[in-house]
Design a protein around this ligand. Structure first.
Ligand SMILES: Cc1cc2nc3c(=O)[nH]c(=O)nc-3n(C[C@H](O)[C@H](O)[C@H](O)COP(=O)(O)OP(=O)(O)OC[C@H]3O[C@@H](n4cnc5c(N)ncnc54)[C@H](O)[C@@H]3O)c2cc1C
Length: 358
């Protein structure tokens, strides 16, 4: 697909944050482009649980999730938490967190590649993959974006720029180079197995014991595969913790690995846990994990809602003539408070902040 020289809005990143922004702009007449670094549909390391809150938001704004996005088992009932190795595993159904929002009790089990691609396809935006944002310059009120599309350098102008490009956001690093020093990273590593484990499918198992994780470790079933993940603090070895976690699962939960289907790594940030958000400036807005929005382990919800708030903020800005950031600060404040509350509740329940282990 060939790119135009100029758009009203460019969104960098085709995850739930980018899709949420594009959905809010759909039908407005503003020419919107989503650029995605990877070839779509792209793999995203994530349990892929559409929690009841994201389920409601998606159903209200995008419609019912097609069956083709679902994994087996389709329904997720909640978390099962092992606070310390040797202690009993506790059921924590999603309904425990229902704050009276009239939510469904169960979540859905999806592959993120298909979910995110479907969400973006349900918007009016032009979606271009294999197109990496590199940096931007300012020319008057315009953002002049330097992109690398199919190995060609391309320049595109935009009146509004939305950074929805995840934890290590290049849009954030270009606009706020000094900010990165305040961001703590949590490396995560997963292996996906053909095999068996003596844990009932349909629940996300969370292991908090410090001997197997630096924040929390998970086991989850997706399409008859067993997905094992652990995360660590920035200076710890994720591979060492992963080996300890896998040994524990083999010894105490009957994990039998027939073959390894895939392995991936990713980082999370502690931005939300530290209330260290970065919302943008002028007509540049940062959404989803790029801006620091993360409701504990539930990131699809905070990303799609903050993305949507950014799209709404752009629409407000075109009417008021004020910088989009002014509107976004207002429109995103509720989601920010929700993220803060989720982290505070997690800390109270566990006795420590899971993301910082303090
Ligand atoms: C192990 C793990 C399990 C998780 N499980 C769940 C779960 O079950 N449910 C849940 O709700 N949340 C979960 N989360 C959190 C959730 O995955 C994230 O919070 C969510 O994906 C963030 O969405 P986003 O749109 O902000 O960013 P992303 O989904 O990361 O999307 C960003 C996009 O930007 C693209 N991009 C990056 N840089 C560039 C660039 N320079 N140019 C162009 N494109 C670029 C990326 O390729 C990517 O497609 C999990 C996270 C982890 C690490």
């Amino acid at each position: 697909m060939s790119l135009k020289d100029k758009y009203d809005v460019v969104i960098v990143g085709s995850g739930p944050a980018g899709a949420g922004a594009a959905k809010a702009l759909s039908g407005s007449g503003l020419e919107t482009l989503i650029v995605e670094r990877d070839k779509l549909p792209r793999y995203k390391m994530c349990s892929g649980i559409v929690f009841p809150s994201s389920r409601k938001f998606i159903e209200d704004h995008f419609g019912d999730l097609p069956k083709s996005l679902m994994c087996n088992p389709e329904i997720v009932k909640g978390n099962r938490v092992c606070a310390a190795i040797g202690s009993p595993i506790m059921d924590v159904p999603f309904s425990v967190f229902d704050e009276g929002d009239d939510l469904e009790e169960e979540g859905f089990n999806t592959w993120r590649a298909e979910l995110d691609y479907w969400l973006c396809s349900e918007t009016d935006a032009e979606l271009v993959d294999n197109c990496r944002f590199d940096h931007f310059d300012r020319d008057g009120q315009d953002y002049v974006l330097k992109l690398r599309h199919l190995d060609q350098e391309v320049s595109v102008r935009a009146k509004y720029l939305i950074g929805a490009d995840g934890t290590l956001s290049r849009v954030r690093r270009t606009a706020f180079p000094g900010f990165e020093k305040s961001v703590g990273l949590l490396p995560n590593y997963e292996e996906i197995y053909e095999g068996n484990i003596d844990l009932e499918p349909g629940w996300l198992y969370l292991f908090m014991d410090r001997s197997v994780t630096g924040y929390f470790a998970t086991v989850f079933h997706k399409d008859d595969k067993v997905v094992v993940v652990t995360g660590v603090q920035q200076r710890e070895s994720v591979k060492d913790y992963f080996a300890a976690f896998r040994n524990h699962l083999e010894r105490d939960h009957g994990l039998v690995v027939k073959s390894e289907a895939a392995r991936h790594g990713i980082v999370l940030t502690d931005m939300s846990a530290r209330k260290n958000y970065c919302l943008g400036k002028d007509s540049l807005l940062l959404v989803g994990e790029a801006g620091g929005f993360l409701r504990g382990g539930e990131g699809i919800t905070s990303s799609i809602i903050s993305g949507n708030a950014a799209g709404e903020a752009v629409l407000e800005s075109t009417k008021s003539g004020k910088p989009a950031l002014e509107h976004f600060t207002d429109l995103a404040s509720e989601e920010m408070e929700t993220c803060n509350r989720v982290h505070a509740n997690l800390s109270e329940a566990m006795g420590f902040n899971v993301f910082m282990r303090e």
